[in-house]
Ligand binder design. Structure first.
Ligand SMILES: CC(C)(COP(=O)(O)OP(=O)(O)OC[C@H]1O[C@@H](n2cnc3c(N)ncnc32)[C@H](O)[C@@H]1OP(=O)(O)O)[C@@H](O)C(=O)NCCC(=O)NCCS
Length: 233
């Protein structure tokens, strides 16, 4: 079986989520030779690709019959706050999904549940938290620190020694110059060029980046800090 550069391996995963992002992650797992044991969907009323073969998972507010999971789970939901909420609800072991076309330096550290998609590059001494989404062809250079639940969108360039806080979304094609710190649960617009530090809970756009007046950044998770609900039996 393919041994991914993060050192994590399992023959099968469970996929949580059934939308377009799940489809991409499934392709990513298959590239690693990892089979998908089951796909769970907590929004079965929404349309999802017919061939994914989903079964209902838990609902955010109810006690669904989520089975005991003998394989790692990967959360395939794009909204950062929703991944954080699911982690509060599920007692699961989380696996890393890393496409074979991604390049991850051996000295980089990758947290559980993180997804690294096609063609992404993660350079030496970078530390990536849990349940981060490193999207297609994103470039994360050396000595970066990326917080849990962040999303680094397609074709983002983070230069060396950049910090991105928990839950922050860096929009597609954004560029962050070296040593810049971006706070928690903020949003950086697509194509933004970030030259200076950005705080928590704001949205910044443009070149050079400007904070949108009255912006609050990413939606915060509702269940943050609550004990796990113990839904898995
Ligand atoms: C930043 C963003 C979240 C703002 O969305 P919003 O809160 O709905 O903001 P609005 O569309 O009302 O725009 C507010 C202002 O910001 C400007 N603006 C919005 N996004 C911008 C961007 N990416 N670059 C430059 N200016 C931008 C708008 O022109 C508008 O300016 P004005 O007030 O002078 O007219 C959104 O535009 C964006 O870029 N999202 C990233 C999407 C993405 O990359 N997804 C990746 C998925 S994989």
């Amino acid at each position: 079986m393919y041994r991914n550069p993060t050192g994590f391996q399992s023959d099968f995963y469970y996929v949580y989520g059934a939308g377009g992002h799940a489809h991409v992650v499934i392709d990513c797992l298959r590239s690693q030779g990892i089979g998908v044991k089951a796909i769970f969907d907590d929004h079965p009323e929404r349309r999802h690709p017919g061939h994914l073969g989903v079964r209902p998972g838990i609902r955010m507010t109810g006690n669904g019959d989520f089975p005991v999971l003998e394989y790692p789970v990967v959360l395939c939901v794009g909204r950062n706050a929703e991944r954080a909420e699911l982690v509060e609800l599920l007692e699961a072991r989380y696996g890393i999904a890393c496409h074979t076309s991604a390049i991850v330096a051996p000295s980089a550290k990758i947290g559980a549940g993180t997804v690294i998609l096609h063609g992404a590059i993660i350079q030496p001494n970078t530390v990536i938290g849990r349940h981060v989404l490193v999207n297609t062809a994103a470039s994360i250079d050396h000595d970066n620190r990326i917080g849990d639940f962040a999303h680094i969108s397609p074709h983002v360039t983070l230069c060396g020694h950049v910090e991105v806080g928990e839950g922050t979304h860096i929009g597609a094609g954004a560029m962050v110059i070296p040593k810049v710190k971006i706070g928690k649960w903020s949003t950086i617009g697509a194509g933004t060029v970030v030259l200076h530090d950005i705080g928590d809970h704001v949205t910044a756009v443009g070149n050079p980046a400007r904070i949108l007046a009255g912006s609050t950044g990413q939606v915060m998770p509702q269940l943050q800090g609550r004990p796990a609900a113990g839904l898995l039996r």
